[in-house]
Ligand binder design. Structure first.
Ligand code: NAP
Length: 326
């Protein structure tokens, strides 16, 4: 993507994992950046940590007004872990629609949805494609699917492209912190006795895909992913290698994880501290295959992933270490 063509870029989720990486790239190209945020101090702290000048990003109020003079937008904000269905829907659907209504009609928009909007790989198939019927299995996935449907209904003539990334890995994440903490130990655990297979994508490749989408002639939704899937065993082993640790991985029966998820749901402080294990979010743990095929997006844009699993995990671990979180 020729970024000098992007005069002014609005980024939601500017204080989050993907948004921060996107801003770093756009700032390096001299693009004027606008960011609706609910906590300007957090934005300042993120920019300082990333070595960017505070005045390089124009912080806007999180609740949108009518905006003008914005040529491009990437909507990265989202709630990935919440306790109720309403929390997912109020941000992932309602707030995102309010942002879209506030943007100029001609603004070129890229919306980050999720692989979860489609659901796991259909039985008997190696990868899910856009042709497969959607069947999200969590409130998170449902909220992303409803957002996509609402966008298609309310903005049929706007230039909006929707991307459905799988698990994203790289620097400035916080979701993989528990993975690295576990990987550093002598004994690691994985849910299920069988190997589970996933798609993944490095955050720099997500940023590339977002910028490539500005030139995409079709609205999607498109799956984006690295070409080869990975197994959960490989993910844990690669994270352990990144930390320089050696240990063993125990496979826990799914029945045990189900009981744990029920317990986590029943104890409010645990629901707060382990949101990925609430009974709703844990539904994503049961299927054996979360693999998607990104061929349609590759053919539509010429985009391809560049970064492999080891490099993405090294980069995530390097950032946790350099910021004192590990
Ligand atoms: N990370 C992944 O593996 C992954 C995979 C597939 C799809 N996605 C999608 O990619 C997008 C970016 O994910 P991410 O990993 O960057 O998420 P993240 O690190 O959790 O960041 C979420 C961002 O959304 C903002 N946000 C949340 N609720 C908000 C609200 N009510 N009003 C305004 N801003 C709000 C957060 O702001 P605060 O800092 O103020 O909380 C933060 O900047 C999301 O839409 C996600 O669903 C992510």
């Amino acid at each position: 993507m020729i970024l000098h063509a992007v005069e002014s870029l609005l980024v939601t989720g500017a204080t989050g994992f993907v948004g921060r990486n996107l801003i770093l790239r756009a700032a390096a190209c001299g693009t004027k950046i606008h960011a609706p945020v609910r906590n300007p101090d957090k934005l300042s702290a993120c920019l300082a940590e990333d070595g960017l000048p505070r005045e390089g990003v124009n912080a806007l109020p999180a609740e949108p007004a009518k905006w003008s003079g914005i040529s491009h937008a990437v909507l990265c904000a989202g709630v990935l872990f919440a306790r109720t269905r309403e929390e997912y829907f109020s941000v992932n659907v309602e707030w995102t629609l309010r942002i879209l209504r506030a943007l100029p009609r001609e603004c070129r928009v890229v919306l980050l949805s999720s692989q979860s909007a489609g659901g796991p790989t259909p039985a008997g198939r190696t990868a899910r494609t856009e042709a497969d019927p959607d069947c999200p299995i969590t409130w998170y996935g449902e909220s992303k699917r409803v957002l996509e449907q609402s966008v298609a209904r309310e903005f049929p003539d706007r230039r909006i492209t929707i991307l459905r990334p799988p698990m994203i890995l790289g620097a400035r994440d916080s979701a993989t912190l528990p993975l690295f903490k576990m990987a550093r130990g002598l004994v690691r655990t994985k849910p299920g006795l069988r190997r589970k297979w996933f798609s993944y994508l490095a955050v720099d490749d997500v940023v590339d895909a977002a910028f490539a989408s500005f030139e995409c002639p079709r609205p999607g939704p498109f799956y984006i992913a690295a070409t080869d899937p990975i197994s959960d065993v490989e993910l844990i082993a690669s994270a352990a290698r990144a930390t320089g640790s050696r240990g063993i991985t125990l496979r826990l029966p799914l029945l045990f994880i189900r009981a744990l998820a029920a317990l986590v749901d029943a104890v409010p402080p645990w629901r707060e501290s382990v949101p990925s294990l609430t009974r709703d979010r844990a539904r994503e743990i049961w299927p054996d295959r979360w693999v998607v095929d990104a061929s349609a997006f590759r053919s539509a844009t010429g985009w391809n992933h560049r970064i492999g699993l080891e490099e993405a995990l090294q980069s995530a671990y390097g950032h946790y270490s350099s910021t004192g979180r590990l």
